[in-house]
Structure formats: C-alpha cells, structure tokens
Design a protein around this ligand. Structure first.
Ligand code: GLA
Length: 764
C-alpha cells in the first residue's frame, strides 16, 4: 500500500483495451493493484489507448469489493467462512485472446476477450472479470466468475468452507457526469415497455424486478444513457446496457459527489444470498454494452444486429405470418372452429395457425383458467380427433401448426399437482397462496425432477407430432407436423420457499429457478433446433435478451389495441428487433381497451413488426378479409426489410421524448426500416389523434443512400386516389433533408380517427 502512495499514478498506468469495429473499452491493469476503468466510447487506436491518462475525480475500480477500503459503491460482497465481511481483490494476471466462440444461439462469433484474474491476498478468493468484444458487431459483454478458492485463515475452513455472496453484480461501469439522461422502459401487463427518460441526478436510481419468474414484468433490464443532453434518436453519444438475465435483477446508478455516475447491473440479491461451497464457481449473467454516436436508434440497431446474429434462435430466418386463436375463441377451443380458423388464415395468405390455451385437461378440463396446467393431455370433448385431427386440417389447408403451453406451472386442481405436490414452490410450514384463476402454482425449476418434467412437456409433444414423429414419418402426406410452440408463464413467485432446497439454501430459490429454466431450454433447443418457439409471459413479461437464445420470437403484449401498441412497440424496439416482435391484428372494439380503431390502422401498426392476426375471422366481413389479404400480400413484399432491416425511429409518439422535430410527441409517430444495401426501405407513419386544423410535422426519413433514387409505393392502400408521390422517384438526399408531405386523413368515409400510411421504397 505504501508503494502506491509513493509512485506517481501515471507511471503505473498500463492501459489494456479490447475493441469492436466501432467501440473500445480501456482498463488500467497492474499486478498487485485493483484494475481501474479508463475509457469506454468510440474506437481508439492503440497509440491513443496507450497514451490515455487514468481518469480523475472518481473511484474507478473496475469491480469494487466491499469492506476493506470501499464501503459505499460496490459490486461484490462476500462473507468468508470465518464471518469476515470484507474482500480485497488484487490483480494476479490478465490476458487477451482472439478466438471464435460459440454464441448462445449456437452461431460462431469472432471475439477478443480480456480476462483479468484477481485474488484476495488473505483469503485466496478468486474473481475473474471478463470483457468480450465482438469483432463484427458493436457489443462488448462483461461479466465475472467468483470462485470459492478460499484457504484456511484463522478460524475459517476448519468447520465450514462455504462462503456467502451477498452482492454479486455483473459489472461496474463509471459514466462521466455531464448532462447524462437515462432512458428506460417501465410498465406491466397490457402496457409494457412505456418509455421514460430522465436526467441522472444525485442519489441512487434503481431499476429492478422481484417477480421471480417474469424478469421483464414492470421494468426492463436494459437502459440507455444519452451522454450529451436529452436523448435524440438520430444523433448524439449514447451508451446502451442490457443485462442478459431472465430472473430478478437490479440495475443501479449511483451518483455521489464525484465526477462520475456508477452503473452496475446484475442479479437482484434481495432474498437471494448465494452460498458457494469450496471449489464452486458462481458465474454472473453477462451485461451487453454498446456505444453509438448515432443516437438512441444507433444503439438499437447495434443490439438488433448482434441479437439476430448471436442471441436469438434462428435469427437469420424470416418469421411466418400467423393466426393465434386466443382473442378469437379464448378457452372455447373446438375442432370445427380450429379448422375454420385455419381455412380463413390460409385464404388471407397466412402461413401458420397457433392454437392457444384451452385444448388440454382430462380429469380437470381447461374450460376455465383455474385448472389443468401440467396436464398436457388433449381434451377429447373439445377435440374428438385429438391434435391429429388438427394436424390433418393444417395439412389440408397447407399451413403450419402450433400449440400453446405453460409448462412451468400447475394448478391446485391438476393431475400433476395431485401426483407431485412436492414439486411446487412453497414456503415451509405455510399454506399455499395460489395465483391466476385462484389455483395456479409455480413449479420449482431448481429441482432436477421438475426440469425433466418441463423438458418432457415439449419433448412429448414433439415426439408425438413433430417432424420426426412416427405419425409424420408414416403419414406425412396426411398430417402437418407440429413446428411451433407458444411458451407462456403467467404467474409470479408467491409462497417463496423451496421444498427441494436445503434449509440453509432457501435463498437459492430464485437463482436456481432461472438456472433450471435455462438448462431446460438448452436441452430443448439442442434436440429441436428448428422448432419455432414464442417467448410469452403474460404478454411481454419476459421480453429481453436472455431467454432469446432459445426463442424465435416474443409476444410483445397482451394489449393488441393498435393505438397503445404504437407506444409499446416503440419502447420495445429500443433493444429488441422487429424480427421477433409479434404484432397481431385484432378485433375492434379492442378487447383490452374497448377502443374502436379502423382496420387500416390496426394493420399498419401490426405490419411494423412480425405480422400476425389474433381474431375470429368468422366475424370479419368479406371486405375486411380482402383488406387483410392485401395487407398480408404487401407485408410479404416488405417482410425481409421489416424483420431484418436497420431501424430508424423518426418521430416519437411520447410527448417531449427523443424527437427529431420540435413538435415533440404531437400526434404523430413514424419509423422506418432500411435494408443493409440501402436499396429498399419500409416507412411507417401513424397519426395518433384527430383534431381539426392541426399541423403535423413533416417527417424526414433517415438511413437512405443520399445518392440513390427511390421509387415510392403506398402499401395497404385504402384511399380512392393515389398519393401525390405514388410511383414517383426521389433521391435519398431529398427524402432525408426534406421529406414527403403525407395527407392527414384518408379520402374515404371510414373511421379514420387515427390515419396511417405505409410506404415502400425501392432504389432504381
Ligand atoms: C397469457 C398470454 C395470452 C394467452 C393467455 C392464455 O395471458 O399472454 O396471449 O396465451 O395467457 O391463457
């Protein structure tokens, strides 16, 4: 320690960096000292990196541990076996490796990884701090491994060699103070991902989840920091941070009297102290960081690209247009209706039908939502010819078939619960407090037997009906295979307590639940890589990057009201790409808000993500069906650009938020997707409310090639007369610098409280 005080700091600096194509992070690493954060921002050359001075005005330890000389803003806190609460980590070595790694979705990723090895000089606890920079996308992942390598010190280890982790953040990122604004998404069932933006002020800002099962319920574990004033969509320096975890989490920004904000992210430690036996290693979830000088949309594009490439199952494949039965018939599943819905979606150009909740239950029939979860046996009263009958219909109509399950749950009234009451999450000695329907319970996924069961739910369905099943192998000309599963999770953890964990490890419940979930999902993906799986949890309760390596898409929200969906989808698009964003055309009046919205508007909103329908087509008029048929046809033209393109959010629907125009949030929302080669683009424009003599801003496009000429075609057209610019060509420069004047209403007498336009741009 004396040495530290005597030597000038500059002489000690040994800057080490890893870089993505456009980002660099720099650490100052010296043996025998704590690693220090130096820089995170635009990519810098080696020469600049080596000359970078150690920043001043803050406490910049890269992974501060509690108790020895840090007491306030910490990332790690350990109770050693002798009860000592302090930890003192010093660097014992580091290295940088360039390698190809297998990304979570199974794809191979070129990365450069910095590993910093640290050790507690007295106890021997080892911590590895990682920074993994992708070489082809602008994401750096950071995380730690904490190992119980403690040696006998004083009274420790003689009886008990277990250490207890009471704080275990994945990272600590200092952010230089200035005029930093935080953008984050808040909102629960039916109003997910509402966007909030606020300046960072003194004190502690915490965003967290304690739901137990649905990690994205209420607040999302992803944030953006706009470094130079209120957030802008298309310009400005922005840092994005996404925690890759599906369970209880905590994001924290501490702002004290120094020149820095301190951002840390990780598992929520509340009621989750974790005990590590001698030799055990605890790996924290990764945090994916991204920096862009192109504003909030720039950061979003970087997450979308990385996500499609490395974090999402089948992220390189386009998604099908589907009809889901939920809002059409709810639990009232019947074979003739299923057949009719399949015929209808096929006739409108759809490609997939998904039978939602209500198809199962033998002793307890799923006629209400108060029983039968866990009893994944077809209800023959509703489906006399079983799933086979439906697969036959699907084959007849020439569409894919999918099915809903909620495999992590059971009910008090379920055969599964009758047989395995010990499998549910339950506090010792207390009566059960059930959830949805007054009887729902959560299975304890920390229990390997439960994991096997949950795996078997999918495995049994696929063995019976999947592409490799006997049924399909022998009668594939008669039956369509099951190729899609909607995986739901509709309850939080009540009854906190585990019948599986030991008395000492009750606090492992939440963490082991999500480890168990991941292990099941991993097994499913390994066996069924081509199965399409939708991530649903009471709507968007699990929307986030962590579960996505095992899911192809996510149910954005149970709220299908087109007006509210603009806000939900806007917030969701901050981190999640349109490829997985399930957006369904539903009935009017809407079932959640009871708002009446024209079919044109409903369609134009749903087309900006992964288009689907959630409606009883039997109740639609022929005209409406024809309109949807046209929309589906148009969507197929634009699909690859919407699902795989680069997103530019142009005009925010949120009042006062992140607008490129001074008319912030006034009755207009607009965004566009541009293909990588800038030859095609899909432009969406939604007017949000109707006022006479209102004056809406003219939206300037973005992301186009200024020198290319783009021909404009309106999609989903309902107007009698074509738009003034229909079929005409304009340079990218004109469209981006001037923009097009879009009429505020349609020229037909329809409900056009909210009008909308979808334009398709093709370079000549
Ligand atoms: C959840 C889902 C819905 C639907 C119902 C079925 O609420 O979000 O889409 O599947 O469950 O019970």
């Amino acid at each position: 320690m004396t040495l530290l005080c005597v030597m000038p700091l500059a002489a000690l600096a040994e800057n080490v960096s890893v870089s993505t194509p456009h980002n660099t992070i720099v650490l100052d690493i010296n043996k025998g000292q704590e690693p220090q954060f130096v820089y995170y921002g635009p990519r810098m050359s080696d020469a600049v990196v080596s000359a970078m001075p150690r920043p001043t005005g803050g406490h910049l330890e890269a992974y501060p541990a509690y108790g020895y000389h840090v007491h306030d803003i910490t990332a790690l806190s350990i109770r050693h076996a002798d009860g000592n609460l302090s930890t003192d980590l010093k660097v014992i070595g580091w290295d940088i490796k360039n390698a190809s790694v297998t990304a979570p979705n199974g794809k191979t990723a070129p990365v450069q990884t910095l590993t910093i090895n640290m050790q507690d000089a007295v106890y021997g606890t080892q911590v590895k701090l990682y920074y993994m920079a992708y070489q082809d996308v602008d994401i750096i992942e950071t995380w730690t491994e904490i190992a119980n390598t403690d040696k006998a010190v004083g009274k420790s280890l003689t009886k008990n060699s277990t250490i207890a982790l009471s704080q275990f953040a994945s990272c600590m990122l200092p952010i230089r103070r200035g005029n930093v604004y935080l953008s984050h998404q808040h909102g629960g069932h039916n109003s997910e991902a509402r966007l909030f933006e606020e300046p960072l002020v003194r004190g502690e800002k915490v965003i967290k989840n304690t739901d137990g099962t649905r990690g994205a319920h209420l607040d999302r574990c992803e944030v953006m920091f706009s470094l130079d004033g209120p957030a802008k969509e298309l310009s400005g320096d922005v840092i994005g941070a996404a925690l890759l975890y599906s369970g209880n989490y905590r994001l924290r920004i501490d702002t004290d009297d120094t020149d820095w904000h301190y951002f840390s992210a990780g598992i929520n430690e509340d009621n989750s102290e974790y005990h590590l036996r001698k030799g055990e290693i605890f790996e924290t979830p990764h945090v994916a960081l991204s920096f862009s000088q192109e504003g909030l949309s720039g950061v979003s594009r970087q997450y979308h690209r990385w996500g499609r490439q490395y974090q999402m199952a089948n992220g390189d494949k386009l998604r099908s247009i589907l009809l889901n039965s939920w809002e059409g018939v709810y639990l009232d599943i019947k074979e003739p209706e299923m057949d009719q819905m399949m015929a209808d979606i096929k006739s409108m150009g759809g490609e997939l039908f998904v039978m939602d909740d209500g198809w199962f239950g033998r002793k307890y029939r799923r006629v209400n939502d108060d029983c039968a979860l866990g009893d994944w046996i077809v209800d023959n009263n509703k489906l006399p010819n079983g799933v086979e009958g439906l697969l036959k219909s699907a084959k007849k109509h020439g569409i894919r078939f999918g099915i809903w399950i909620e495999p992590e749950m059971t009910n008090l009234r379920a055969e599964l619960y009758d047989a395995h009451p010990d499998w549910v999450i339950k506090s010792p000695q207390r009566d059960l407090r059930p959830g949805r329907g007054g009887t729902q319970l959560v299975l304890d996924l920390g229990n390997p037997k439960v994991q096997d069961f949950v795996f078997s739910v999918v495995d049994n369905l696929m063995t019976a009906y999947g592409p490799d099943s006997k049924l399909i192998k022998e009668h594939g000309d008669e039956y369509e295979p099951l190729t899609y599963i909607k995986w739901d999770a509709n309850m939080e953890v009540l009854n906190a307590g585990s019948q599986y964990q030991s008395m000492d490890n009750q606090s492992h419940l939440y963490i082991d639940y999500h480890r168990g979930l991941e292990s099941v999902l991993r097994r499913i993906r390994a066996k069924y890589p081509d199965l399409t799986i939708q991530n649903c949890a009471s709507g968007g309760g699990r929307v986030g990057w962590r579960p996505m390596p095992w899911f192809d898409e996510y149910w954005t929200s149970d709220c299908t009201d087109a007006l509210q969906r603009i806000y939900i989808q806007w917030g969701t698009s901050y981190f999640m790409p349109a490829l997985g964003m399930a957006c369904h055309i539903s009935a009017s009046p809407n079932h959640q808000t009871h708002r009446r919205v024209s079919l044109k508007f409903r369609t134009d909103v749903a087309m900006s993500g992964r288009l689907g329908m959630e409606i009883q087509p039997k109740n639609m008029t022929d005209e409406e069906k024809a309109q949807c048929q046209q929309a589906i046809r148009d969507y197929k033209t634009m699909r690859s650009v919407v699902q795989m393109g680069n997103l530019y959010r142009l005009q925010s629907p949120y009042p006062g938020h992140a607008n490129v125009s001074p008319y912030s949030g006034r009755n207009l929302a607009s965004l566009m997707y541009v293909s990588d080669d800038q030859k095609q683009a899909a432009f969406f424009w939604w007017k949000l409310e109707m006022f006479q003599h209102e004056h809406l801003p003219k939206v300037k496009m973005a992301g186009l090639d200024p020198d290319k000429m783009y021909t404009i075609h309106e999609m989903n057209r309902i107007d009698r007369h074509p738009l003034a610019f229909e079929g005409k060509a304009y340079s990218g420069a004109y469209l981006m610098q001037v923009g097009l004047d879009i009429p505020y209403s349609h020229d037909i007498d329809e409900e056009t409280d909210w009008s909308s336009r979808v334009l398709w741009l093709e370079a000549q």
